[in-house]
Design a protein around this ligand. Structure first.
Ligand code: EPU
Length: 419
């Protein structure tokens, strides 16, 4: 198990290329199961979660060809089996995304229930409720979701209890091959949903309204192959911008889409950063200590839960006191104790975290607990006095491509070492 060793105190400056989005690429890979034709995906990030999904597709019987870095051909021919075993699903919750496509194409699917998760219980009841509305019989037995339908799924109105990203994605994919029209209400509006709709429409689907809370899908008889470029990772971009703000740096993120980062950029400006952007780049310049910011996490287009931990790290060394309310996941504060070990002053009461900015953090051995939590520790270590060792760094490899290389390119002192 590797660790990251970071010597704090370097000002970050320069340019960094933002990778394709993990959270967009995962449902796109699942959507390739909807056709027997080849789907070519570009800008696929090289990450542990992507390897897990590719492995799952391979296990299901799909052929995967790696063309060049970041480009994959997936062909889910007739040999595909509709069974996703626990051994693979337990490694990544997003594996549940194969349920909708497998059921829609083959009329039956058995997918292991994803296990517990560090950041919250994360049930999949909304996925199941939606598939039942489309006419599927769904049973949960012996840890597996077993879904069946006589003939094809039938379009229906689905009203989600809450905006769920994965639930919306699973239903969009299932409805694409259903008979008739499906309306998804209270749908999630995340950019990753829009990217999935673009791919599905490229494959011949008829999806309308993605990006709003009401998505119309007119089912078609079959889908075909196509080529698609994965949208850039807004959370990776946001994370490097916070790094620039914390180190009083000057960083340009390339190959990114600033329009997907509005809530994040606004908070960075509130913290005192100067932000400029073009169509596919964002630059952040910071000349003073950040000011503490307050926010609550909410579904897109509001402030994303996936940036909560990083902004908490910034508040740790900011001037003033910031209050943070996490509304999406019930247990997404595990980085608090680790940040406090670095000298931060954070108090949690239920869903609220109050962060009193301190003048400086000091190095300590710390442990990553989940993906975004590990990034918050990296950010804190970049400004801490001394050498911080961050253990269990495999969490960060699930979602940040070549993180130490990218940080080094910006001037950080980061090493990966065996723990
Ligand atoms: N929920 C339910 N029932 C369901 C589905 C969701 O109660 O059937 C609850 C969840 O427990 C959670 C809330 O609804 O409290 C939102 O969950 P959602 O389904 O939107 O999340 P997800 O699809 O499981 C994706 C991202 C997460 C990101 C969330 C919220 C992927 C692969 N994951 O998860 O990303 O935090 O949306 O934006 O797209 C990450 O990248 O670090 C990460 C955790």
């Amino acid at each position: 198990m590797d660790k990251l060793v970071i010597t704090g105190g370097q000002r970050l400056s320069g340019e960094v290329r933002i990778s394709g989005s993990k959270n967009a690429a995962l449902p796109l890979l699942a959507a390739t199961l909807l056709t027997a034709d080849t789907v070519r995906l570009h800008n696929i990030p090289q990450l542990q979660d992507i390897s897990t999904m590719v492995q799952l597709l391979g296990q299901l019987g799909a052929d995967i060809l790696v063309n060049e870095t970041c480009s994959l051909d997936v062909t889910s021919g007739e040999a595909v089996q509709a069974f996703a075993p626990y051994e693979l699903v337990r490694r990544m919750r997003a594996s549940i995304l194969v349920l909708g496509p497998l059921l829609a194409r083959f009329g039956e699917a058995r997918v292991s229930l994803p296990g517990g998760c560090a950041i919250g219980s994360r049930p999949v009841d909304q996925h199941i409720l939606g598939l039942r509305a489309l006419g599927a019989e769904v049973e949960v037995e012996s840890g597996y979701v077993h879904a069946r339908v006589q003939g094809r799924l039938r379009g229906a109105r689905v009203l989600f209890d809450m905006a769920t990203v994965g639930g919306t994605e699973n239903l969009m994919m299932a409805a694409a091959l259903a008979q008739g029209e499906t309306v998804l209400e209270n749908a999630a509006r995340e950019p990753e949903i829009v990217d999935l709709a673009l791919l599905l429409n490229g494959m011949g689907a008829r999806v309308d309204g993605a990006g709003s809370d009401c998505i119309h899908i007119t089912g078609v008889d079959r889908l075909h192959g196509c080529e698609h470029r994965v949208v850039s990772d807004r959370i990776e971009a946001g994370s490097y911008l916070v790094a620039a703000a914390m180190t009083r740096g000057d960083v340009v993120c390339r190959d990114t889409d600033p329009s997907l980062l509005e809530a994040v950029l606004r908070k960075l400006q509130e913290a005192g950063a100067e932000v400029s952007h073009g169509v596919d780049w964002v630059r952040l310049q910071m000349s003073a200590r950040p000011r503490a910011v307050s926010f609550r996490t909410q579904p897109f287009p509001a402030f994303p839960t996936d940036m909560q931990a990083q902004f908490m790290a910034m508040n740790c060394i900011a001037e003033g006191t910031g209050s943070i309310i996490e509304t999406i996941f019930e247990n997404r504060y595990m980085h608090v104790q680790e940040l406090n070990r670095l000298g931060a002053s954070i108090v949690v009461d239920g869903h609220t975290a109050i962060v009193h900015g301190v003048d400086a953090l000091q190095s300590a051995p710390v442990m990553a607990t989940d993906l975004r939590a590990s990034m918050s520790l990296v950010l804190a270590a970049l400004v801490a006095q001394g050498e911080t060792h961050i253990h269990r760094i495999y969490h960060i490899d699930r979602g940040y491509e070549r993180v130490e290389e990218k940080l080094r390119q910006l001037g950080a002192q980061v090493l990966r070492a065996p723990a």
